[in-house]
Ligand binder design. Sequence first.
Ligand SMILES: NC(=O)c1ccc[n+]([C@@H]2O[C@H](COP(=O)([O-])OP(=O)(O)OC[C@H]3O[C@@H](n4cnc5c(N)ncnc54)[C@H](O)[C@@H]3O)[C@@H](O)[C@H]2O)c1
Length: 333
Amino acid sequence: MKIFITGIAGFLGSHLAERLIGMGHAVVGCDSLLGGELVNVPAEAEFYQYDCRDFNAMAKVSRGAELVYHCAATAYEGLSVFAPAMVMDNILTGSVSVFSAAIAGGARRIVFCSSMARYGTNQVPFEESYDPRPQDPYGIAKVAAEAALRNLAGVHGLEYAIAVPHNIIGARQKFDDPYRNVASIMANLMLQGRQPFVYGDGEQQRCFSHVDDCLSCLLAMGLTERGLGQVVNIGPDEEFISINALFRLLKDITGFEGQAIHLKDRPQEVKNAFCSSARARDVLGYRTTRSLDDGLRDVVGYIRKVGPRKFRYHLDIEIRTARTPRTWTERLM
Ligand SMILES: NC(=O)c1ccc[n+]([C@@H]2O[C@H](COP(=O)([O-])OP(=O)(O)OC[C@H]3O[C@@H](n4cnc5c(N)ncnc54)[C@H](O)[C@@H]3O)[C@@H](O)[C@H]2O)c1
């Protein structure tokens, strides 16, 4: 089957492409390379450096694809209150452009990667039946894109599924981006012998998902009838961890001996954010096979292999106020 993957040079998109190619599918992918790297794209994939917001380009490259995985996004939740125009334009316009092109080109199904940011300050663990309550422009754009997908699917008879990954970790995750991926940022700094930063009291609770465990769910959503027309949280609901405890685990793994630098909390950062996996278990047969320790070791092993890097401040901050984190305005990383 011909499968189109957006964001194929990114973390999730590249792993997904690799698996689908391994299963014998013909994979076509696009990526603007805003956040991803060309080296991540499997050699067997047909690759186009296009921006999803370019409808004509999407129509050209997705034509004839039966299945579309829309993974591309500026997944910058914390930054999104300081660069809302960039984040929302990219996610909302980009998503609608991909959906529209795919439907026009005859796609049968779209699997959309939404985000846990859709739940905002709902009670944890987040369940799919909750009304979305996004707290930042990133989450708002994801919820709007979900609504657009449901609407277009209803009108045009398209099959769709909405995956809600959360805090995925593993090899190939970008670690030199100062705006996202807390575990990778910490590991990159520690491997350089530099102190990581913790926002607020560090007692925010999260739950990390190994990329391998996410892939089986995404494959089931695309290739089987399970999960059709549903929102499904993707990842474990065990091994909850605070950011302070994450720092301690990474200290053990990297051998870093210093302390973290505590900064004031970030606006709109949700204190406790983790999902229930009950629906994923029921509908997709989800099982956690990789532990948190495994995942963090993969992150550190990958950074060691390719070499720690300086951080690249590659995005413009639109709103600079006293609330903008110093890590970004003063380029502390
Ligand atoms: N990684 C996580 O923990 C996580 C959690 C929740 C949701 N998600 C969602 O899963 C998807 C994949 O995330 P990821 O971690 O692989 O992110 P990633 O940044 O590694 O990959 C996203 C890719 O999309 C590309 N991209 C961004 N805007 C684009 C555009 N307009 N046109 C074309 N390409 C564009 C980037 O260059 C990047 O390669 C995203 O939709 C993200 O919102 C990820």
